[in-house]
Design a protein around this ligand. Sequence first.
Ligand code: F0G
Length: 453
Amino acid sequence: MRESCRAQFDIAEALFECPKCGDLLDVRYDWSRAALPRRLSDFEAKWAAQADPLAFSGVWRFHELIPFADRGRIITLGEGRTILQKADKVAPYVGLAAGRLFLQYEGLNPSGSFKDNGMTAAFTHARLVGATRAVCASTGNTSASVALYSAAWGRIPAVVLVGSGKIAYGKLAQALDFGARVVQVRGDFDVCMKRVKEVAKELKIYLMNSLNPFRLEGQKTIMYRILEGLRWEVPDWLVVPGGNLGNSSAFGKAFKELHEIGLIPRMPRIAVVNAAGADTLYRVVREEKIAWNGGRADDDRIAAFYRQMDAENRRAATLASAIEINRPVNLKKCLRAIAWTGGTVEKVTDQEILDAKAQVGAGGFGCEPASAAGVAGARKLRAAGVIGPTDRVVCVLTGHALKDPHATVAYHTLTDAQLAEEYKAYGVRSAARANHPVVVEDDLEKILAAVQA
Ligand code: F0G
């Protein structure tokens, strides 16, 4: 994707960085040869064809917009049947009127996170290139998704590298239960990411991380479904938590393509929200002022930024473990998405994340901590006037509430003093929105009193 490189490769190759310039790779289509719909609402014809697994899938329902594989080669588990909720109970928290805030619940995917959108596409590509094994590094959700697709498809065994003690229990449980080989590396995600590239190269194993551009093709469909949920109207803002920056990159590409093809009249703006303890994107964009710059982002300054980070021995630390990442592999693609959409970056503390999470839970289906970062970020951007009072805003809730029950139970059951002790490394001091359980004796009078309280 470097402006000066322009090398092209066949999709039958399994490449995860450009062999010529070493930069990220993009999937490009010749739209003049694609069977595109005349308007987005034409996709509604698929709603009546659910006996077809491709129409049933919320990803492949949009096959015409991700046309890299023939129908017969696609590996699908019925992913992407997720809900866009008009979140009137959460809207006041964000600072918006009823009808202006929407939450996209990607936790409702088969493995409980948005990753399945990308994994169906990456497994399909893995099958196309004849891969016999899959590998990923993960903060948890990617490993759960890879393990699920590997188990359900049954022909591509999976190995996952996770930081030992670094991933939430729900996610570890999934990878173990689905039978993947789980390698717990003594280190964090950034260490695992570096190593997994070496492992993939050395052993010629297909890489399932979002460095893989086919992952991002699947993740584009989250945006198509949001448009579908809004009856094909473009929202003003899309707010998404930023970790390895695959989602934000994919979302920017989705809208850019739709705009170029002429299927949407304008672009929405994308806001990417970092956890304050893992704020590389925030620093790069808001402090270093490094921008996409038409494909000439300053690689030397990015390299200098990382050198400085290493010199200060700064390591990502947030209880939103899914986004505890210091070296996001898709940094430049995300800069591009921000440039394309007139987007922005925000950061929020772990305290803000947990408070927002409780608010999302009280308003409906709930989410894991990383997902709530988006909602907390929307609130902050609204308070700063960046998001306007009448803007229509969609926050993407990336993972299911049950992925990380530990954080939820701690928030709702501990006293503030206990919580501050439990999470002192993360600066959490209180649980303003806690829903404390009531403990009573086995005594009907007392139980009745507790029920009525
Ligand atoms: N939210 C959740 C629940 C995630 O699991 C992740 C990333 C993100 C947000 C950030 O998304 O990387 O596209 O910016 N999880 C990866 C993993 C890194 O290994 O499961 P991103």
